[in-house]
Design a protein around this ligand. Structure first.
Ligand code: OSB
Ligand code: MG
Length: 369
């Protein structure tokens, strides 16, 4: 099915976080989000670009994403219409920029599914109507502060806790959380590439705590080093930053660089590539889970749909809206019994609330096709 696009709106919004989020690569206090809205003959489609303000998590950043969308990606869309399944091929001549590409493909897909009356979940192959939710807990100033934060999330119902770690904040916070909340708590850690293979002995100390996994201990392009580290640890290695495509996932699996994959659709160029990674991992018996990039309800809706696919056997970083924002731009995602419902309406099954959107908008640009 071809969708004829008349133009694309690039809208920037400022979304203060309810609390600073500290990782090994920096501190976020507010999300500067780029929203993409494609306008078609019979409607519109929305998506959220996951790129952050600065190129720290990966090389993309929000101003760069807007620039490449405006100058290269949007103008490359065929004027006589395009099927969402062909957007990836159309954008292929431009290297990299997966987050920008993902946002454009997702907005086209949303428009197409809305016209067809089909939900993202149904289209992608969701196998359940709600997904269990984990929460990613930032690096804190002290252990008592961390324990308070974790306790709050457990009380809210989160079924899995992920602790951000870095050299100097690893074994002690993990030990403290285990001692306080017990061995049954589903617990994992995420280093965001903060270690090197020289730290293997330190990372091996985490083996005592029965973690579900350690996420991205080494640098993004340290695929071989991750395979070596995997031999030195009992804790399963999960890759996030290193996996930018299904080809990377295939390489990582055959090298033994990971035994779990965090799938972030934005990082791999979209939900279609994300589904290919899911299919590949499933065929290899590799569990996957859905990561997050502190999304608003627009990005969250699609992530929750993806997380409902059968190979997503671990709880994702698909937290409720209030974990991030006092006011979301969509109807908020609210945790019930540790789960979020997969939206069932056409496309993303949600859209920005016009009044909230206007309040948080910092700029808007129209790119005619
Ligand atoms: O590494 O998973 C990560 C947030 C921003 C950038 C990278 C990461 C994260 C998170 C939070 O861990 C996930 C979320 O709750 O959206
Ligand atoms: Mg991560």
């Amino acid at each position: 099915m071809k969708t004829k696009i008349s133009g694309v709106e690039l809208r920037r919004i400022a979304m203060p976080l309810v609390a600073p989020f500290r990782t090994s690569f920096g501190v976020e206090t507010s999300r500067d989000v780029l929203l993409v809205r494609v306008v078609t003959a019979d409607g519109e489609g929305w998506a959220e670009c996951a790129a952050m303000s600065e190129p720290r998590y990966c090389s993309e950043y929000v101003d760069g994403a807007q620039d490449v969308l405006r100058r290269f990606l949007i103008p490359a869309l065929p004027k006589d219409g395009v099927d969402a399944n062909a957007v990836g091929r159309v954008l292929e001549p431009f290297t990299g920029h997966h987050m920008a590409k993902s946002a454009l493909e997702t907005a086209v897909l949303d428009a197409q599914l809305r016209s067809a009356g089909e939900s993202f979940g149904a289209y992608l192959g969701a196998a359940r109507d709600r997904v269990p939710c984990g929460v990613s807990v930032g690096i804190m100033d002290s252990i008592p502060q961390l324990l308070d934060a974790v306790e709050g999330y457990i009380t809210e119902g989160y079924v899995r806790i992920k602790l951000k770690i870095e050299p100097g904040w690893d074994v002690e916070p993990v030990r403290a959380v285990r001692e306080r909340f017990g061995d049954d708590l589903l617990l994992q850690v995420d280093a965001n590439a903060a270690y090197t293979l020289v730290d293997a002995q330190q990372l091996a100390k985490l083996d005592d705590f029965g973690l579900l996994l350690i996420e991205q201990p080494l640098a993004n392009d340290d695929m071989v080093q991750h395979a070596q580290l995997a031999k030195l640890l009992r804790t399963p290695i999960c890759l996030d930053e290193s996996i930018e495509s299904a080809a990377h996932a295939a390489a990582a699996i055959s090298l033994g660089a990971c035994s779990v994959i965090n799938i972030k659709p934005a990082r791999v160029g979209g939900y279609l590539e994300a589904r290919r990674i899911h299919d590949l991992a499933r065929a290899h018996g590799i569990p996957v889970w859905c990561g997050g990039m502190l999304e608003t309800g627009i990005g969250r809706a699609a992530n929750v749909a993806l997380a409902a696919l059968p190979g997503f056997t671990l709880p994702g970083d698909t937290s409720g809206s209030r974990r991030y924002f006092a006011t979301d731009i969509t109807e908020p995602f609210v945790l019930a019994d540790g789960h979020l419902d997969v939206p069932t309406g056409p496309g993303l099954g949600t859209e920005p609330l016009p009044d909230v959107l206007d309040e948080v908008t910092t700029s808007s640009e129209w790119i005619p096709l």
